[in-house]
Design a binder for this molecule. Sequence first.
Ligand code: B12
Ligand code: SF4
Length: 544
Amino acid sequence: MRIVLIHPNYHSGGAEIAGNWPPAWVAYLAGYLKHAGYTDLCFIDAMTHHLTDEQVRERLLALQPDIVGCTAITPAIYKAEALLKMAKEALPQAVTVLGGIHGTFMYPQVLKEAPWIDAIVRGEGEQVFLNLVRAVDDGRWRSEGPGVVHGIAYRQDGKVVATPAEPPIQDLDRVAPDWGVLEWNKYIYIPMGVRVAIPNFARGCPFTCSFCSQWKFWRDYRVRDPIKVVDEIETLVREHQVGFFILADEEPTIHRKKFIAFCEELIRRDLGVLWGINTRVTDILRDEALLPLFRRAGLVHVSLGTEAAAQLKLDRFHKETTVAQNKKAIALLREAGIVTEAQFIVGLENETAETLEETYQMARDWNPDMANWAMYTPWPFSDLFQELGDKVEVFDFEKYNFVTPIMKPDAMDRAELLDRVMHNYRRFFMNKAFLQYPWTKDRTRRRYLMGCLKAFAKSGFQRSFYDLGRVGYWGPQSKGKVDFGFAGERVHARPDAEAIAAADEGWVTMHGPKIAKRRREGEAIAAEALARMTEAVDGPAATP
Ligand code: B12
Ligand code: SF4
């Protein structure tokens, strides 16, 4: 049984400016399959090697796999569909499988537009994919049909079928990744000039931000044994010479006890590796006294989902944080010697020149080491997408990548939005480059910040930052000529509430009570508003 996994050749000028990153999903699936005896597994990293479909085809023909698996986040979906089409044409007997977030929720559309995909693995992949591989191996896949595997979607007699969801893996320590499947000399983190890895400490998120869908994807929050994660990091450092890692987690710090144990173990082993996380400001405030410990463990970069400069927007995002908390968290991290990055989401329909300026002023006031203005991206399976209704007009998912303005704000066009965001970047980083980074006292911090500046400069020079070269942005004077190249023929048939409910059936998450409470609150607010409107029109209701 030969399995080939492929990472599609998709690129966009955001996080990639920091280097080539190793596809963690491959290591996790490979480890799980190998542990179950499926050791004949190859990986084609079309992204890192910039391979054409033809080059991938040649590799597939040489390898002759029984199963071809491809991953896809939303913007990579068309590339993944095309690769699997080519795989099906080249190897008609091979079972073609798609995994990752986009297919997990968009399977009705994906299976219609790409009928050559035999199965979509929904959500956490390890157990579902192993079950699928076993079914193909022992013949049940052909004799009984794909329905024998839980957690997948497929087409049968022209209809899309989703089998009951596989429960999330409760004991994540059963998942031991095989990092050896990757070609390590290719994955370099430009700021530090060292190899980079993306291990997983926790999966899922207990929060339910309306613009995000990661919480829905993993369904449950689980944390691994900290000692086992450090074992894995030790392997990455000793066997693959990794010098920097980021945790792949949505929310690594909420389980305080385990995160402390993780840091203490890293300190004890003294592996000389630096690392970064993405986390919530509320955890930083809670762990104020622990920040020096985190720093001693090698934590050098914390990216914070600060998201907005206005409380109203934070509330709309269901972020469960405040603007004041954002400022405080950045100050605490700075005092502890940790590089801070504030992330803003911009480009909703009500964005104006003033609100964009506010985010800049806020960034200067909070003074994080880095700031990031991500374009709001309406994942079609997120709550905010549903709320926005027909205000979302662009469905070319290839551009759903945090750097392309998908929504057009009422007050400006998309090119102006991009220009104003670039204006914020220029002002913010000019100040950092000349007045702050070079004068940073702490040597590690200074080296790190200067390295980040180098990565920024490189992507600016190559015009890959925010895909500026591709869209034709050369500064404010070029605003009128910017072309985002949206493919108008790419459409999305917005499913009605019934179709959404049918597609989500059985997709149970840990967030049920929270969502039910919010729905009740929403209904109460709507009822109050309706009563106010009725009163304004008809006069006060008569009291009995
Ligand atoms: C690390 C990371 C990166 C790395 C990429 C590393 C890499 N080479 O894969 C970098 C920094 C380069 C990056 C870039 C981008 N990223 Co990113 N990234 C992440 C992050 C933080 C972790 C991903 C990860 O490794 N998770 C751990 C693995 C184990 O999980 P997984 O990939 O989901 O895989 C599991 C399942 O999905 C499934 N599975 C996945 N693939 C397959 C395939 C098969 C065949 C099967 C059976 C199963 C399967 O099984 C796996 C194990 O359970 C996530 C957020 C998060 N916390 O998850 C965002 C995330 C994936 N990124 C996102 C985005 C949008 C981007 C960018 C477009 C942003 C930008 N412009 O910079 C680019 C795209 C770059 C590119 N070329 O594709 C979004 C995607 C959202 C969406 N709906 O599509 C996420 C979810 C962040 C978010 N806040 O929404 N990213
Ligand atoms: S806290 Fe982060 S990962 Fe969790 S739901 Fe909000 S944005 Fe998503």
